[in-house]
Design a protein around this ligand. Structure first.
Ligand code: PBG
Length: 326
């Protein structure tokens, strides 16, 4: 054994050598922090299934954004919890809706922070589906018209980027056209291009009270069994004008992230979703694993697979730990 030529352990003995040869790194600048915004004042209402995550009123959200910015997290994505839900999700495209109010307040306080808005109707509809129901299913083209109104309304409020998450066909192109026609041709669009119909959204639906009241989302979100279809969805969104592509969820779909990385040159985002976050937090609370180490490992795997940007509820904690240990 004296003359074993290849000994990979040579590069593992010293921690500084390990860091010299490290291939992937995570920094706060990689992250987008999702925030749930509700009506009212001075509200920080914890979400049971997402330890450490709360619904925030606009004033508290501004404070939270200030802390995130100071910690080096460059962007937030906002989800609205409306006062009023109806069949067509009208608070979603109301210029005075909860998200529009939040965008105005956050941008006024922190002009440098990037404020992205999630464009979808499921938080605003009384039936919990992502669009308008016609004959028992979400009607694609009627829904797209409302999504365009929602995106333009977010842009008017001052959003820096819009992110449609509804999975209607043709919505990226329609939103692009709507933005361009209203003086927002400079505004980037991050498309939830590859969004699977996933059980890992459970805690989010608790938080946003957006569980479908009947049926499921299988007629619009993708079948978890499909990989080639992800390439079709991504190619369509590129053609329609998307600036950033997203894969969601992240960890169960690392193969898809890596395939998108190989096949497309646009920046790639991945959403480490509520259920992925909740699993690790719950195991940590039970003492079954070290949640911070497991979370960092999970997020690193997403970056290693090829994501440039990670949407994660852990962004703030990551940035806090990063500051403490580096
Ligand atoms: C809205 C939307 C959802 C998520 C992001 N945007 C929920 C859904 O599709 O049911 C889920 C995010 C998460 O689970 O963290 N359509």
């Amino acid at each position: 054994m004296d003359h074993l030529l290849r000994r990979p352990r040579r590069l593992r003995h010293h921690s500084t050598i390990r860091s010299l040869v490290r291939e992937t790194s995570l920094v706060p600048a990689d992250f987008i922090m999702p925030l749930f915004i509700c009506h009212g004042k001075e509200i920080r209402m914890p979400i049971g299934s997402m330890p450490g995550v709360s619904r925030l009123s606009v004033d508290v959200a501004v404070q939270e954004c200030r802390e995130l910015w100071e910690l080096g997290v460059p962007a937030v994505i906002l989800f609205g919890i409306p006062d009023h839900k109806d069949a067509t999700g009208s608070e979603g495209y109301d210029d005075n809706g909860i998200i529009q109010q939040a965008v105005r307040a956050i941008k006024e306080a922190l002009p440098q922070l990037i404020v992205i808005t999630d464009v979808c109707l499921c938080e605003y509809t009384d039936h919990g589906h992502c669009g308008v129901i016609v004959n028992g299913d979400v009607d694609n083209d009627t829904t797209v018209e409302l999504l365009v109104r929602e995106a333009v309304s977010h842009a008017r409020a001052g959003a820096d980027m819009v992110a449609p998450s509804d999975m209607m066909d043709g919505r990226v192109g329609a939103i692009r056209e709507g933005l361009d026609g209203n003086g927002f041709s400079h505004l980037p669009l991050m498309s939830y291009a590859v969004k699977y119909c996933s059980a890992f959204y459970g805690p989010f639906r608790d938080a946003a009270d957006s569980t479908p009241q009947f049926g499921d989302r299988k007629t619009y979100q993708m079948d978890p069994a499909n990989a080639r279809e992800a390439m079709v969805e991504a190619a369509l969104d590129v053609e329609e004008g998307a600036d950033i592509l997203m894969v969601k969820p992240a960890m169960p779909y690392l193969d898809i992230i890596s395939q998108l990385r190989e096949n497309f040159s646009l920046p790639l985002a991945a959403y480490h979703v509520s259920g992925e976050y909740a699993m690790i937090k719950a195991a940590g609370q039970n003492g079954w694993l070290d949640a911070d180490a497991a979370m960092t490992e999970a997020l690193l795997s997403i970056k290693r697979a090829g994501a440039d940007i990670i949407l994660s509820y852990y962004a703030k904690e990551f940035a806090q730990n990063f500051r403490q240990y580096s």
